[in-house]
Design a protein around this ligand. Structure first.
Ligand code: PLP
Length: 491
């Protein structure tokens, strides 16, 4: 393809993407293909001779689009929706055009310098302390691929710091603390690094958040048994129910455990820090005081297309000490002089995508006010959904709604009130069948979770295209399927 052919194909691609967005509402949310569908459409070996690009572009529509689940569909309420914005798409396009692996300053000064600046903007947007800003020259922010990479990086840095401070402690004694509600990224970090992971119990009556008292008991018991908890992965906005660990209480407890690194996984809820009225409830002040590292995924609720996970650290030296390996071929005079940031030492890989560009485009185009309003809008839509659930004869909230997330289940109120209510096991079976019927629909997508033995359904609002009418439609579908599930159940 030459430049003029690219121009033509590029215009067509943008036209097709626009048509896709115009038609998005009418498309099934969830891809309707069966496993293995693509091998019927795409040959097993590459073409011997190059093909005409028009055929390739048409095959994207014919073969690939039917296998896409539409995460930005207005009726996508599963997991946490991934962000999408036209500014983000354009940022990715421009970034691809320069194809810089930006691992050090010399590799593309603009990539490094923009990342440093724009992550300071993002820290400002979220109300993070200036100690986390790159301009502090002590702390700083770095864009990782996902929250899983962010946590892995934080655990590696925390382990390295602990081992430098306690060279005699054997690796087998080290423990990563999570809770039963932490995303599986905690267990995965332990698996990859060969380190024990302990999931602390949290209670439904505490809204599934980690309390200081429970952390303190665990720390006492484990340290007395010779174990060395060296990092706690606390969550602000858990995946299952949006629970917020009690950071003020955790902060008090860890004053007696200065070796314990506190990583805050705010992958989803972190973008809500942007709204000043939410900061108290999300413990932003205490996070600023306590956290060694914080992760926020702008690709979840932050309008930036996948992937853009930001990791901020209080002390960049902890990353560099753990991750800096500088063979001769990577040496530069700027890096050696210490006046520039070499991001290769702040994450696991060497090369890295130029992701700050799309974050910059988004933050400039929306502005702080526009960004905040997007967050507020999702929360308001969820509040509308919560009101519908509260009035429903069949559906019941399981936990307090959190920001734009509601966790509920099918539990007819007449039965809950009467003596002959269902047992937990029966309700779980009923809800599994209910969720299976919802999952077989193509016009809506929701995922399930299990909270302390209770099978529940989650509805997460986040798509920029979701409006009140989609919330009402979702509720109508939920009631319709609830009635059918109950009827089947009674037979
Ligand atoms: N942390 C939380 C609270 C999440 O909700 C999720 C995903 O939904 C993750 C971490 C994992 O994110 P990633 O896919 O970026 O690793």
């Amino acid at each position: 393809m030459d430049i003029e052919q690219f121009r033509k194909a590029g215009y067509q691609a943008i036209d097709r993407i626009c048509e896709h967005f115009y038609a998005l509402q009418e498309k099934p949310v969830m891809s309707q293909v069966k496993p293995g569908y693509l091998s019927q459409l795409v040959p097993a070996t590459p073409p011997e001779k190059g093909e005409d690009f028009q055929i390739i572009a048409d095959d994207f529509q014919r073969c690939i689009m039917p296998g896409i689940t539409h995460w930005t569909h207005p009726s996508f309420f599963a997991y946490f929706p991934t962000a999408n914005s036209f500014e983000g798409i354009l940022g990715d396009l421009y970034a691809s055009s320069v194809s810089t692996p930006g691992f050090n300053w010399v590799a593309s000064p603009a990539a490094t310098e923009l990342e440093s600046i724009v992550l300071d903007w993002a820290a400002c947007l979220l109300g993070l302390s200036s100690v986390f800003k790159n301009t502090s020259r002590v702390g700083g922010g770095v864009i990782q691929t996902t929250a899983s990479d962010s946590v892995l990086t934080a655990v590696v840095a925390a382990r390295s710091l602990y081992q430098r401070n306690h060279p005699d402690v054997p690796l087998e004694s080290l423990v990563i603390y999570t809770t039963t509600q932490t995303h599986s990224l905690g267990a995965k970090a332990g698996l990859i690094l060969g380190i024990k992971v302990k999931a602390l119990e949290v209670k439904l009556e505490d809204q599934l958040c980690l309390r200081g008292e429970d952390l303190e008991k665990a720390l006492e018991k484990d340290t007395n048994a010779g174990l060395r908890p060296f990092i706690l992965i606390a969550t602000v906005g858990t995946t299952s129910s949006g629970a917020i660990d009690d950071i003020p209480e955790i902060g008090e407890v860890v004053k007696s455990y200065p070796d314990l690194w506190i990583h805050i996984d705010a992958a989803w809820a972190g973008c809500a820090f942007a709204a000043p009225e939410l900061r108290e409830k999300l413990y932003v002040k205490e996070i600023n005081e306590t956290a060694h590292s914080i992760c926020v995924n702008f690709h979840k609720w932050g309008l930036v297309n996948f992937a853009c996970s930001v990791l901020w650290v209080r002390d960049r030296q902890n990353l560099i000490e753990a991750l800096d390996i500088t063979p001769a071929f990577l040496r530069t005079k700027e890096g050696d002089s210490g006046v520039v940031t070499d991001y290769r030492n702040w994450h696991l890989s060497l090369g890295r995508r130029f992701r700050s560009l799309k974050l910059w485009f988004v933050l400039r185009s929306y502005g702080v006010e526009g960004f905040r309003n997007r967050i507020r809008r999702s929360i308001k839509l969820n509040e509308g959904f919560v009101e519908l659930i509260k009035q429903s004869p069949n559906l019941t909230l399981v936990t307090e709604p959190s920001l734009a997330l509601t966790v509920f289940r099918l539990a007819p109120k007449s039965h809950l009130d009467s003596q002959s209510s269902y047992s937990l096991a029966q309700l779980n079976e009923l809800n599994k069948a209910y969720h299976a019927s919802l999952a077989s629909r193509s016009d809506i997508m929701l995922t399930q979770t299990n909270i302390n033995g209770i099978f529940c359904i989650r509805l997460a609002v986040g798509s920029p295209f979701t409006e009140e009418k989609h919330i009402q439609q979702a509720y109508n579908v939920l009631e319709e399927e609830a009635k059918s599930a109950l009827q089947l159940w009674k037979q």
